[in-house]
Design a protein around this ligand. Structure first.
Ligand SMILES: Nc1ncnc2c1ncn2[C@@H]1O[C@H](COP(=O)(O)OP(=O)(O)O)[C@@H](O)[C@H]1O
Ligand SMILES: [Mg+2]
Length: 289
């Protein structure tokens, strides 16, 4: 089971949208996926149509009361996609755990104890917009980090801090942690600004920047209020197309392409591909094209 933290301490950049719809894309590819809502705002919980109430047990019960992960998993409307919900009580976790030794490793330990491994190929963590104990738990438990970024002015602000925290976690608590990719979200192709910011992101992150761009799409903004993933809400929308493309690119990036996709590498035409010149505008500029 591969664990992925979707993280950026800025709010409103597309973390929750990406967690839900990457999870859905993976589920559609036949990879059972578990979503963990680590944000006290519980946007993801609501997005998959779970309304937290007093009786629902949430991640708080896991982090504070040692409740086994398996007891907290709920199905969603999409086959192969499950969720562990959050609620506002998660906001108190930072304080409750403030003085507890080993507070950053609780989630990793819980995942290791759980038999979730047998049920799920992937578990995705939807992180809160902060770099506190909850995000630390996600980074310590994760194999990969996905960083959604909004292509707008100042979007790189705060990145140095995030990279510093990732580096610290790699050095001290989780040497296996890898940044899988930086995903530009809510792109407005009508403005030059998006292109400029993308260029800046590429200069900063090089080939960690995904080829997939998530365009601004009203269906993506609507889907949460219907409690559905984009593939259920509007399967023909640009939002569905973009997240389907991202799902494939993500699998490829972490070397997890499905057997069917691996097979096509036997096709001689596709094997030629790596020799082709890179098609990015920047590469063209560099090669003097
Ligand atoms: N590509 C997109 N096009 C249009 N709206 C989007 C897109 N991605 C996200 N949104 C909307 O923008 C808001 C913030 O996105 P969200 O995923 O909740 O960000 P975060 O989890 O980082 O705070 C939400 O209302 C969401 O529905
Ligand atoms: Mg969110």
């Amino acid at each position: 089971m591969k664990r992925i933290a979707v993280i950026n301490q800025k709010g409103g950049v597309g973390k929750t949208t990406t967690t839900v719809n990457l999870g859905a894309a993976l589920a559609y590819h036949g990879r059972p996926t578990l979503l963990l809502d680590l944000d006290p705002q519980a946007n993801m919980t609501v997005h998959v149509d779970k309304r937290p109430d007093m009786e629902t047990e949430t991640l708080t019960n896991l982090l504070i009361d040692d409740k086994p992960l398996n007891d907290l998993i709920q199905d969603t409307s999409l086959e192969g996609l499950s969720v562990v919900p959050s609620d506002t009580s998660l906001a108190g976790v930072e304080q409750v755990l403030a003085n507890r030794i080993g507070r950053e490793t609780i989630l990793r330990q819980a995942l290791e104890n759980a038999s979730a491994d047998e049920r799920f190929d992937f578990v995705l963590f939807d992180c809160p917009p902060s770099l506190g104990v909850l995000s630390a738990n996600a980074l310590v438990a994760a194999d990969y980090v996905v960083i959604p970024m909004q292509a707008e002015y100042l979007s790189l602000q705060g990145m140095a801090k995030l990279l510093e925290v990732i580096d610290l976690v790699q050095k001290q608590l989780n040497a296996e942690l890898e940044i899988a990719c930086v995903l530009p979200c809510m792109l407005d192709s009508r403005t030059n600004l998006s292109a400029e910011v993308l260029h800046e992101i590429e200069e900063h992150f090089g080939n960690l920047l995904t080829e997939t761009r998530i365009r601004n799409n009203v269906k993506l903004a609507e889907a949460p209020s219907f409690g559905r993933t984009i593939f259920e809400h509007a399967p023909d929308s640009n939002g569905a197309k973009d997240y389907a493309a991202f799902g494939l690119e993500f699998l490829e990036r972490i070397g997890e392409s499905s057997p069917a996709e691996d097979d096509i590498t036997d096709d001689p035409e596709l094997v030629e591909r790596p020799d082709e010149p890179p098609a990015t505008a920047e590469a063209e500029a560099e090669s003097g094209a």
